[in-house]
Design a protein around this ligand. Structure first.
Ligand SMILES: *[C@@H]1O[C@H](CO)[C@@H](O)[C@H](O)[C@H]1NC(C)=O
Ligand SMILES: *[C@@H]1O[C@H](CO)[C@@H](O)[C@H](O)[C@H]1NC(C)=O
Ligand SMILES: *[C@@H]1O[C@H](CO)[C@@H](O)[C@H](O)[C@H]1NC(C)=O
Length: 458
């Protein structure tokens, strides 16, 4: 641990930055909340640039029934350059079902609220997992799956990344319903009746009953009886259970839900973002990032997952991702996101609150700041499943701190001593407090800040 020389210097820089950002925000006056804002922006043609160019305002409702809703948020891209990742929000009423389907995109699923059961086909077997808040699970492209909100009174909400790099050239993912009928239409309906009666070995009447009953849409209520069936595997629970164990065994998977003891969590399990020791924690918050070494199914999706919880008034220090573009969703609280262009001008300084979706291009410097009233929690996906080494620009373990010396001092056109004081003033790393300091030598410090800024912007 190094001894800091003047902790208030960094604080005063931050105060300056913050003050200017608050002023901007007040001046811009966009203070409506979430959905309201979104609809207004859509009404104004795609919603680009109204609140911030890295906020995703284009929201498409893919399915809406009385049992739930699927909404997809996308970045604007031209037709010739489709966006590789969309963020999906699946809201399910108690005791409802997302009709079995497969999609031409990898889904990385995160349970934000409630509990769900996800069933999907893995190596020709049905795998079912009960997922609870914080669980991350992967549904590979082309794998038929369903989702059930097993709870009888609570809604559930799922947030997922929809990675369309493997999709069929459509800008949005395509669902192929297996279950269904009149609505949604099962892909089976596309075959002629003779083919189906022969393939099923049933009469045309029986077939018709099966293919024409469902009219409820992509999300339906489960029928009356309890949805808490212990096992849906065929009708032979024992053999299903044994097969499951066998698959586990063959894949070398020990039955454990947590990583941290060497082995990554395997395809048949979920990884809970809240159950494990955070990747980094200090008094001002914590962050957890998982990659393919923690949760092996991420390898095939090329997606990483992270969650950050900032205490009220703390910031995730200015940083950039050298390996990945980042997508994020504000889960709780509110705050500010600042993104910077390569040429050093501000690209976005936007106030965000629960439900807002943002993205930050690879290499672009950015920071997130929780509002002073409440903690801010955000979660998201990165476009790389490898260990993403975010580079922090400011703070005790930062690029500036590591590089301090004659060269950097010359670059800022200040003395090495001043530089030393400036980069050592912040004792915390990664997640930093924002305190309004009160000291006598305000003038001297402001002078130093001005000098630094002059040096930088000269
Ligand atoms: C079709 O069903 C009939 C009557 O249930 C049965 O006898 C026959 O073996 C089945 N055919 C096939 C190919 O499964
Ligand atoms: C985030 O931090 C706040 C305290 O700052 C805490 O109350 C809250 O439970 C945390 N959220 C999670 C998901 O741990
Ligand atoms: C910096 O780059 C952005 C994006 O390319 C551009 O819009 C902006 O005008 C540039 N600012 C300056 C000062 O060059």
């Amino acid at each position: 641990m190094e001894v800091a020389v003047g902790g208030r210097m960094a604080a005063s820089i931050l105060t300056l930055l913050l003050l200017s950002s608050w002023c901007l925000m007040v001046a811009s006056g966009f203070r409506q909340r979430g959905i309201e804002r979104e609809e207004e922006e859509e009404a104004h043609g795609g919603g680009r640039g109204l609140r911030g160019r890295f906020l995703l305002a284009r929201s498409r409702t893919v399915a809406r029934t009385d049992a739930g809703e699927i909404r997809v948020v996308s970045r604007y891209r031209s037709k010739s350059e489709p966006c590789p990742m969309h963020i999906g929000f699946i809201q399910m009423e108690p005791n409802s079902l997302v009709v079995p389907q497969y999609v031409d995109a990898n889904l990385v699923v995160f349970v934000h609220r409630g509990e769900v059961k996800v069933g999907w086909i893995h190596e020709d077997e049905l795998v079912e997992r009960q997922l609870r808040r914080g669980d991350v699970s992967v549904i590979p492209a082309g794998s038929t799956f369903y989702i059930v909100n097993t709870h009888s009174s609570d809604r559930s909400q799922i947030i997922c990344s929809i990675d369309t790099t493997q999709s069929m050239g459509h800008s949005l993912h395509q669902s192929f319903f297996i279950g269904g009928g009149m609505n949604p239409t099962s892909v089976l309906a596309g075959f002629d009746t003779n083919t189906l009666t022969a393939a099923f070995n049933v009469t045309a009447e029986e077939l018709e009953r099966m293919m024409q009953s469902q009219r409820g849409g992509a999300i339906v209520y489960m029928s009356g009886e309890s949805s808490e069936r212990p096992d849906l595997n065929d009708n032979n629970d024992d053999s299903a259970w044994t097969k499951q164990k066998l698959v586990d065994y063959l894949l070398g998977k020990v039955d454990k839900k947590k990583a941290g003891n060497g082995e990554p969590v395997g395809a048949l399990h979920a990884y809970n973002l809240y159950d494990n020791e955070p990747s980094y924690r200090n008094s001002f918050g914590w962050t957890t990032a998982i990659d393919e070494d923690d949760f092996s199914p991420l390898r095939s999706t090329g997606v990483g997952v992270y969650v950050v919880n900032l205490t009220a008034g703390s910031m995730l220090a200015p940083h950039m991702n050298p390996m990945a573009t980042e997508y994020g969703v504000v889960l709780r609280g509110s705050g500010t996101i600042q993104v910077v262009f390569p040429n050093g001008s501000n690209a976005m300084n936007a106030e965000v609150s629960e439900g807002d979706v943002f993205w930050v291009p690879q290499y672009f410097p950015f920071c997130q700041i929780a509002s002073s009233g409440a903690p801010m929690e955000f979660f998201g996906f990165t476009t790389s499943s490898r260990r993403n080494h975010p580079q922090f620009l400011i703070g005790a373990s930062s690029v500036l701190r590591s590089m301090r010396g004659r060269e950097l001092a010359a670059a800022f056109r200040i003395s090495e001593e001043r530089l030393e004081r400036l980069v050592k003033a912040q004792r915390e790393s990664v997640i930093l407090p924002i305190r309004h300091h009160q000291q006598p030598e305000e003038d001297e410090e402001e002078e130093e800040v001005l000098q630094l800024k002059r040096g930088v912007f000269a």
